[in-house]
Design a protein around this ligand. Structure first.
Ligand SMILES: [Cu+2]
Length: 162
């Protein structure tokens, strides 16, 4: 529906845009001319994405790794530190990335993140070395799962008991 093109060179812009930008003119310029397509400038963030992806597959150097305290779910290169955790209804669950790899965690299994009823974690959470994430309260008994979108094998079953 739309094409991504580099920002237009300054020389192609009409002088009035450079000297006097009026809100009404800006809005006008963003409307599709033919009703089918419009162009957008490439956001600077796109250039940062490859760097971020590299960070997900390469271990980070530097800061010492903090060992998770008892009761905190740890993370290795491609796995949670355990396959199953049990929490009592009403409890939260704290996890910590004690690996040198970046994880992106959330509700789901097999690397597929998907918010789910009963799982007090919303959306993906980027976790770098030593990052800590505490979920909301697990208020419904049952079996749930958390996973990492970077590492499909990285799934932990969360059993909520009374
Ligand atoms: Cu991961």
């Amino acid at each position: 529906m739309f094409a991504i093109v580099p920002p237009r060179p300054v020389r192609n812009r009409s002088p009035d845009v450079l000297t006097a930008i009026q809100p009404s003119k800006q809005c006008e310029r963003r409307k599709p001319k033919h009703g089918k397509e419009f162009t957008v400038a490439v956001p600077r963030i796109l250039f940062a994405v490859p760097t971020l992806l590299l960070g997900m597959v390469l271990p980070t150097a530097g800061a010492a790794i903090t060992t998770p305290p008892a009761g905190v779910l740890g993370m290795t290169h491609e796995y949670y530190s355990t396959d199953v955790v049990t929490v009592h209804r009403g409890d939260t669950l704290t996890m910590q990335n004690n690996s040198r790899f970046v994880h992106t965690v959330g509700a789901g299994k097999g690397g597929h993140l998907a918010d789910a009823a009963g799982v007090p974690v919303t959306g993906p959470h980027l976790m770098e070395t030593n990052d800590v994430l505490t979920t909301g309260q697990w208020n419904s008994t049952g079996e749930y799962s958390l996973t990492c979108s970077v590492h499909p094998e990285m799934t932990v079953k969360v059993i909520v008991t009374d």
